[in-house]
Structures are given as structure tokens and as C-alpha cells.
Design a protein around this ligand. Structure first.
Ligand code: NAD
Ligand code: FES
Length: 290
């Protein structure tokens, strides 16, 4: 059992929980995710790790209650426990495996959209803790949906906030800020974009214009998070990958966005899943990534 030590509402729709999970905390890295389950019959929910404290043995998760399972998470209070908290899963972010020389050569731009702000945070924090700089853009539809402003300001070199409706700081979506930064003469050679699929697609279209290689996190298409259900299958260049075992991070310029977005919609219904099984046969499912 994994005890919830802290529960906090971050915005009108987003919640944070700090969970006692010493083994996960000891081994996890930025970019990895865990699978959480509440109740014997509960659904397995993959969530990107937002923060961790190896000494305290805690892992922080951030979620937006949307389906029945995440709504049930909301009923849990501090002192209650998750039945399962499995991880760390997936591959760590590229930054963790880069050499010192490579990291020094990077001019990082992180683009966080909405709930995607949570998985951006541990990467920027990791860079700061290791002595590297990174600019960050956070985009939210409106001021009420913005969270982690202070936390991100503490670890980012420059933080740019934008709201779609102009209710706070800048008005416009994240891509408009990228255009403005580049136009003002700022140079970047490594972008990481994490947020809704449509945002990641449009960030890639924007950064491609400026030849800024861009990594995205395909967490939104995961369902069981174990390589078995096939939901997270995607085309990356000429290869078939599974976000939960080969990712979740991939080269955004190589992703077939229209296919990934179509599959995500199809996977939401029984009929859609049957159609995918029929069309893709044996290769539909990841079967542990093979
Ligand atoms: P949202 O719809 O509020 O969008 C957040 C920001 O993204 C916007 O404020 C805007 O700046 C930008 N954006 C959206 N559409 C854009 C477009 N067409 N062009 C340019 N910029 C655009 O986001 P939300 O409601 O917080 O997002 C929820 C989604 O985020 C869920 O679908 C969830 O799966 C996904 N998510 C993804 C990850 C990940 O690892 N990629 C992590 C957590 C959540
Ligand atoms: Fe099911 Fe990856 S989420 S195969």
C-alpha cells in the first residue's frame, strides 16, 4: 500500500498528490511514469512523475480527474493509500543520458501546455540541479488553469507565461511565444514540448521552421502502460513504436501526428478498438514492445 502524504488542488481542474513510494523514488528519473491503481478492481492509470524526493522516499503525481478512475482518486485523502504504485516505467528523458559536453552545447527551450506543465517540471529542475540553463514557456487556456508558476520560476532561466484568453501576462497560444522569442533574437537548439497532442503537433510545425529539434511526450495515448493493450502504437519515421515501452519521449519531427490522433480517438470506443484489431491484426498490440 502506498500512503498519500499530501493532497493539494493546483488549479480549478488539476490536483497534486505526494505519495510514499521509497523504491520508486530511489530509482526514478525525469521523463518516466508510474501506474497507479486505487481499489482491487481499479483501472490502471499511467501518470508521468512530476517530482521525487529520494531521501524522503516520496513521488509527486499531478492529475486532472476526467474518467471514473481519476475521479475516484479525488475521494482519497491524506493518510489514505493507493493499492498499486508501479514504476518507474518508460525510458528517462534524453537529458539524463547526455554527456556534460552535449548538455553544455544545448540551448534548451521547454514548452509546457496545461497539465503538461507537471512532466516538464522535473526535467527543468534536473537541469538546474546539474548546473544547466533552460528557458520555459507555460501555456494555459486561462489564468485559473495555470499552476506551478513559482516552482517553475525557481528552476527556469527565463519563464514565459501565456494564456489563450489574455487573462494573465501574455495573450496567445504557446507557438506565438516561440515565434516572438525567435524573432527577438533568442536562439535554441533543443526543444521539449509536453502538453495536449494538438499543441505538441503545432509546436513541432513551428520549431521545424526554425530548425530546432523537438522532443515530445506521447503519454496521452497510453492506456495500460505495459506494452500489452496496443493503444500507444505510433509511427515514428519508418518504425512502429509503443509509447509506454519505447518512449514516452520521441523525436516530434518523425511522428505521424494524424495517425496518432486518429488512433487515440478510435481507442476510446469498443467499436474503434475492434476496428484497429481488424486493420492492424497481430501488430495492433505491443506485446511488451515487440
Ligand atoms: P489545453 O487544451 O488547456 O492547452 C494547453 C495549452 O496548449 C494552451 O493554453 C495553448 O497554449 C497550447 N495549445 C493548445 N492547442 C494548441 C494549438 N493548436 N496550437 C498551439 N498551442 C496550442 O491543455 P489541457 O486541457 O491542460 O491538456 C490536457 C491534455 O494534456 C490531455 O489530453 C492530456 O492527455 C495531455 N497531457 C499530456 C501530457 C504529456 O506527457 N504529453 C502530460 C499531461 C497531460
Ligand atoms: Fe498499452 Fe502502451 S499503453 S501498449
Amino acid at each position: 500500500m502506498y500512503k498519500i502524504l499530501k493532497k493539494e488542488q493546483l488549479s480549478s481542474v488539476v490536483w497534486l498528490m505526494v505519495v510514499e513510494a521509497p523504491l520508486v523514488a530511489r530509482h526514478c528519473q525525469p521523463g518516466q511514469f508510474i501506474i497507479v491503481k486505487s481499489g482491487e478492481e481499479g483501472e490502471r492509470i499511467p501518470l508521468t512523475i512530476c517530482d521525487y524526493d529520494r531521501e524522503a522516499g516520496t513521488v509527486t503525481i499531478v492529475f486532472q480527474p476526467l474518467g471514473v478512475s481519476t475521479l475516484k482518486f479525488l475521494r482519497l485523502e491524506e493518510g489514505d493509500c493507493f493499492d498499486d504504485f508501479v514504476g518507474p516505467l518508460g525510458r528517462p528523458s534524453d537529458i539524463v543520458e547526455m554527456s556534460h559536453a552535449e548538455l553544455c552545447s544545448k540551448k534548451f527551450l521547454f514548452v509546457a501546455g496545461g497539465v503538461g506543465t507537471a512532466p516538464v517540471y522535473p526535467q527543468v529542475k534536473w537541469l538546474r540541479e546539474h548546473g544547466y540553463e533552460a528557458d520555459v514557456i507555460i501555456g494555459a487556456r486561462t489564468k485559473d488553469l495555470l499552476f506551478f508558476e513559482d516552482e517553475m520560476r525557481a528552476v527556469a532561466t527565463n519563464l514565459y507565461i501565456t494564456t489563450d484568453d489574455g487573462s494573465y501576462v501574455h495573450k496567445g497560444v504557446v507557438t506565438s511565444v516561440i515565434d516572438e522569442l525567435v524573432a527577438s533574437g533568442r536562439e535554441y537548439n533543443h526543444c521539449v514540448a509536453i502538453g495536449p497532442m494538438i499543441m505538441m503537433k503545432f509546436v513541432c510545425l513551428t520549431t521545424k521552421k526554425y530548425e530546432i529539434p523537438t522532443i515530445v511526450s506521447m503519454n496521452p495515448i497510453m492506456v495500460d502502460g505495459t506494452g500489452m493493450c496496443g493503444a500507444c502504437r505510433l509511427s515514428v519515421g519508418d518504425e512502429i513504436k509503443f509509447a509506454c515501452v519505447d518512449g514516452p519521449e520521441f523525436d516530434g519531427f518523425k511522428i505521424n501526428w494524424s495517425e496518432a490522433m486518429k488512433r487515440m480517438q478510435l481507442y476510446k470506443t469498443e467499436e474503434g478498438r475492434a476496428k484497429l484489431r481488424y486493420e492492424e491484426g497481430e501488430t495492433h498490440s505491443g506485446n511488451c514492445g515487440n
